[in-house]
Design a binder for this molecule. Structure first.
Ligand SMILES: Nc1nc2c(c(=O)[nH]1)N[C@H]1C(S)=C(S)[C@@H](COP(=O)(O)O)O[C@H]1N2
Ligand SMILES: [Mo]
Length: 476
């Protein structure tokens, strides 16, 4: 038994050191991080609409489901490589390498396989030099020590991930959620509160350096070229206020923010690089492997920008430094961050989320939200005047009317609209209301001309959520 515990400890330590080494090599840009590659493979397999909807329904929105999935994958990786550590070193290394080949590049498989072998042999030397001579192991851990070491070590390794998990969940909860008595996140959203959604875990988002970064322009252009950030900043720029929303934002959800963006109009940019006859699509490529496309004609539309500033500051790493695409009237998924290449092509390519069942065009749905009172704390004072507040948004269309109901949609009253902030920004609405003691179902709906928000409730997948934001509020 002691022998087995000793072996288990050696196996686990091999797995843990391999993970740490892999992480360091990944930070140094030498190979991928195996748990991350495994995770990509798993999410690729699970990223189909029905699975998404299922996970979404039990875990809610945002990054939560993904972080839990990453934690499970990390445990799988750690457990799996520990089991392999119980085999002969060369056998474990070969199996590990072979498994890695199914989800990582051959070089990574080789590096991980060899590292595993070396670590395992080294640890054998350190911990059990006399194991062959049948002499007792120098480490003779008790059951308790074994459990404590394995459990504690795994918890430490995975704990880093967990910390990240809570940090991000808090981040999402804070973003754009109104805390009673606190200033509203209306108007322009501060960068620190700007919603964040990524296909990657935040820790694995690209961290690009201006010195090394280049924008490559290729395909059906007059001449292939690269641009530095400074090159782009020298071109005539445009600044505009625009509201960005994630297509997976649920009714009344927080994944929508409003910013002031500055960058180069794509039309100017494409004229400068020259478009060859036959080019029909613009393909955007990003540093994290994200890809999206736009028919060429739409890329020439006004206010489609290559953006390098948000709210007067250079883009933060999280929000796409150094360059991202901005396309008015479309959900965030059409607009890659961290772009590294623009390719003109005669054939279209399905975007990252399009390949996973989401909308191809991702045109923003007409939508509205009640922010005050907050859905999380739906209480107002009875017999006192209170002001309801919220936002309405329709992408490129203008919001012309917002109506609010306090009786679950039987009757509607027109809300006050604040003057439109910009052609592409959300519209703020408010309505004074003096409720008697009781419970009321609030609901809101927005209009653009004679088009009214769809009342049918539909899940965000695949075209963006529809329906009226509604909840019950108590006046007491
Ligand atoms: N390279 C890259 N660009 C991306 C994504 C991504 O995962 N990788 N996510 C997209 C999605 S789904 C959204 S909603 C927006 C979110 O942008 P934000 O986090 O800056 O608000 O970025 C888009 N651009
Ligand atoms: Mo999104």
């Amino acid at each position: 038994m002691n022998q087995l515990r000793g072996k288990l400890l050696i196996a686990w330590t091999t797995a843990a050191l391999l993970s740490v080494l892999g992480y360091a090599l990944w930070r140094a840009n030498l190979v991928g991080f195996a748990p991350q590659e495994l995770f990509n493979r798993v999410t690729q397999a699970l990223g189909v609409p029905r699975v998404f909807q299922f996970i979404h329904s039990i875990l809610g929105i945002g990054q939560d489901a993904k972080i839990l999935a990453f934690l499970s994958v990390s445990l799988l990786w750690l457990g799996g490589s520990t089991l392999l550590g119980l085999l002969r070193p060369w056998l474990g290394a070969v199996i590990l390498g072979a498994l890695l080949l199914t989800f990582a590049p051959p070089l990574d498989a080789l590096v991980y396989g060899v590292s595993f072998f070396l670590l395992r042999v080294l640890l054998d030397r350190v911990f059990a030099p006399r194991a062959q001579s049948a002499a007792p192991l120098p480490v003779e851990p008790s059951r308790r020590t074994t459990l404590a070491l394995l459990g504690g070590g795994s918890a430490l390794l995975v704990g880093g991930g967990l910390l990240n998990f809570f940090r991000q969940v808090n981040g999402v909860a804070q973003a754009a959620r109104v805390v009673p008595g606190q200033p509203l996140p209306f108007g322009v959203t501060p960068v620190s509160q700007f919603y964040y959604v990524s296909k990657n875990l935040e820790a694995f988002d690209p961290k690009l350096k201006e010195e090394n970064w280049r924008l490559k322009v290729g395909g059906l252009v007059s001449e292939e070229r690269t641009f530095t950030l400074a090159d782009l900043q020298e071109m005539p720029a445009k600044t505009l206020e625009l509201t960005l929303s994630c297509i997976s934002n649920p009714l009344g959800g927080p994944l929508i923010s409003n910013g002031i963006w500055r960058g180069v109009p794509v039309s100017d940019f494409l004229r400068r690089v020259g478009v060859q006859k036959g080019a029909k699509y613009v393909i955007w490529e990003a540093a994290d492997g994200y890809i999206e496309s736009l028919p060429l004609g739409q890329a020439f539309e006004e206010d489609v920008l290559l953006v390098y500033e948000l709210n007067g500051e250079p883009l933060t790493q999280k929000h796409g430094f150094p360059l991202r695409v901005l396309i008015p009237g479309r959900y965030g998924m059409k607009q890659p961050r961290w772009i590294t290449a623009i390719r003109l092509s005669d054939t279209d390519e399905a975007g990252y989320w399009v390949q996973r069942g989401w909308s191809k065009t991702a045109v923003v749905e007409l939508t509205s939200r009640i922010d005050v009172p907050a859905e999380l704390n739906p209480i107002v004072k009875a017999d006192e005047s209170t002001t309801l507040h919220g936002i309405a948004f329709a992408g490129k269309k203008e919001i012309t009317k917002v109506e609010v109901s306090v009786d679950g949609g039987r009757t509607w009253r027109a809300a006050r609209l604040e003057p439109k902030r910009s052609q592409h920004a959300w519209t703020l609405w408010s309505l004074d209301w003096t409720p008697k003691r009781g419970s009321y179902q609030l609901a809101v709906r927005a209009w653009s001309g004679d088009e009214v928000q769809k009342s049918a409730e539909a899940d965000a997948l695949p075209e963006g959520a529809t329906g009226y934001h509604r909840f019950i509020v108590t006046a007491s």
